[in-house]
Design a protein around this ligand. Structure first.
Ligand code: NAD
Length: 322
């Protein structure tokens, strides 16, 4: 019997790619979307790949829709072997002072409480199957990034939630895995965010100038370690299928090095300097020693910024974690 996997947020990007990839790998794949009217690209991708998907509605902010979806899956298949918490939103790209707490709450609803609610609802079924919860985190859940205050707050919270849950779930035979992409290009993350450069600058008040610098940097292609959704989907498939994946899997060698900067400097000065350096050199008003150290780190991280990641097929889990 093929494993039954339920994936959230499959209308685009990583969720869509993972649904198709999981189906190709032989999983019974339940690809869920908040709005079934937006299933066109998903169905087209499945048809192009020659695979069958089961498309169901699931809004991670609506517990009744999560329960209804799971009831349908259990009725149809009698089991659930894996939940992939992928749904997420980027409309939290904001400054706390000017965007207001409502934006933060809206982001946390999807990016944190959506993960909590779906995981909670799936756990009884995963206990029965000795299954797994695989969640899409982000390097921004490990290291903050300018103007990502709300997004990082949610993704950091997901880290704490799952890191704490993992040993408890393991006591019941359920494996918890966090997959951490850096930037993923070619998804609908920006388009789905509902904000534009103009709208962000208009609300940024005293931060407008430095935000403009940052957005210019992003527009120039400031995406160190960028990957495609397909590359991330390949790592997610490994997280679903490997016998003993680690709790945390960085999706690229860049992400691995990036995450290590935090542990290499628990005081946080180098990380602060590095993230501030993304705004503009003029904002680096820090001690010269810290600046020098951060420049060394940034240089090391960016040296291979356009290097394509090692093809995932050649990776072993040990490669991902050592
Ligand atoms: P995307 O916008 O293409 O995909 C996100 C999906 O989540 C969309 O299909 C969207 O409709 C869905 N979604 C949003 N709110 C929902 C809700 N309430 N209920 C159900 N579905 C909902 O973007 P993506 O880049 O494919 O993002 C997928 C995951 O990867 C997210 O968790 C995101 O935080 C994470 N991520 C993205 C990046 C990046 O640079 N794009 C980097 C690291 C991590």
């Amino acid at each position: 019997m093929s494993p039954v996997v339920l994936i959230t947020g499959c209308s685009s990007g990583v969720g869509l790619a993972t649904a198709v990839r999981a189906a190709q790998a032989g999983h019974t794949t339940v690809a869920t979307l908040r709005d079934e009217d937006r299933a066109g690209p998903l169905r087209q991708a499945a048809a192009a790949a020659g695979v069958k998907l089961e498309v169901r509605r699931l809004d991670v902010t609506d517990e009744a829709s999560i329960d209804a979806c799971l009831t349908g899956v259990l009725e149809a298949h009698g089991r659930l072997d894996a939940l992939v918490n992928n749904a997420g939103q980027a409309n939290t790209f904001a400054c706390v002072e000017t965007a207001g707490t409502a934006r933060f709450r809206a982001g946390l609803e999807v990016n944190l409480f959506g993960v909590v609610a779906a995981t909670r609802a799936a756990l009884p079924h995963l206990r029965a199957s000795r299954g797994r919860v695989v969640t899409v985190g982000s390097t921004r859940g490990l290291i903050g990034q300018p103007f990502n205050e709300a997004y990082s707050a949610a993704k950091f919270a997901v880290e704490g939630f799952l890191e704490s849950l993992a040993p408890v779930a393991a006591s019941q035979g359920v494996r918890v895995v966090l997959v951490e992409p850096g930037p993923v290009l070619g998804t609908a993350f920006g388009a789905n965010s509902g904000v534009t450069r103009e709208s962000l600058l208009a609300e940024a008040g005293p931060y407008a100038e430095v935000l403009a610098d940052y957005l210019d940097w992003v527009a120039r292609g400031g995406h160190p370690g960028a990957q495609s959704a397909a590359e991330v989907a390949e790592v997610l498939l490994r997280a679903l299928t490997d016998d003993a994946p680690p709790f945390r899997i960085m999706t690229s060698a860049w992400g691995e090095r990036y995450a290590r900067t935090k542990l290499a400097d628990p005081g946080g000065a180098a990380v602060t300097a590095m993230t501030r350096s993304w705004l503009a050199p003029r904002t680096l008003l820090l001690h010269p020693g810290v600046v020098r150290r951060s420049i060394e780190l940034v240089t090391a991280i960016r040296e291979d910024q356009w290097e394509r990641p090692t093809p995932c097929a050649e990776w072993t889990v040990a490669d991902l974690v050592t």
